[in-house]
Design a binder for this molecule. Sequence first.
Ligand code: KIV
Ligand code: NA
Length: 275
Amino acid sequence: MKNSALFKQMKQEGEKISMITAYDAPGGRHAQDAGMDVILVGDSAGMVVHGYDSTIPVTVDDIVLHTKAVKRGAPDTFTVADMPFLSYHGSIDKTVQNAGRLMQEAGAEAVKVEGRGTVLDVTKTLTEAGVPVVAHLGLTPQTVGVLGGYKVQGKDAESAAELIDDAKKAQEAGAIMLVLECVPHQVAQMVTKSLTIPVIGIGAGRHTDGQVLVWHDLLGFTESRVPKFVKQYVKLSGPIQKALKEYNRDVKTGRFPEEEHTFSMDEMEIKELYG
Ligand code: KIV
Ligand code: NA
């Protein structure tokens, strides 16, 4: 399995790092078979799997369950589990306990925390306890209520400088990697150059050390509009809807099941049965 030292080396050698989210065992297996470097069990699960309209309702139990499933499918792929909303803002005991569950109980190789300020202390404490921490800056969906919506971050010189400073602090605090979401590519490039740890972008342009996308966005599971930074490599919702409609029709018209889908008894046994 690849690890944080190798990811750092990949950055040094200019080899890009691929990351994708996954939430269940088949997702993990597909990601691993496709050769993804890193899997993220994102709290985006709240939106793309559970149908909430934000990541706020997601719990540690939810991420534990998803991570366990993903690891069954991808035992050999470095897997990062998101620390959910408010699961790392209470006592340090509680934070360590929550991170511990994601690693020990669920099998994650690292955890991800959003934000700056006191989150840097959390990063340091977890790191000192042996928990590899991935930082997440720029657009941080867990603080969408405070940010006032899902907007591009670091667009002016002042907020960009702040972002670069925060990124350096996250690295100093011990973060092994940084996810940078929804920032101008110029800012992402400066952050990437300023750090020795890999910077994984989403909506951050092409100059970062790697990219991450959400499973359902990349595979086109949703009919609704996707963000500008998403590339839909396939639109699976079309074929899925077509197949389900066909099945529905075939059940109602009796066209399914056919002989090839049907079990049968021997003649002798039938005779015995009917006497
Ligand atoms: O939850 C998630 O999927 C994420 C990625 C968008 C980085 O945090
Ligand atoms: Na997340």
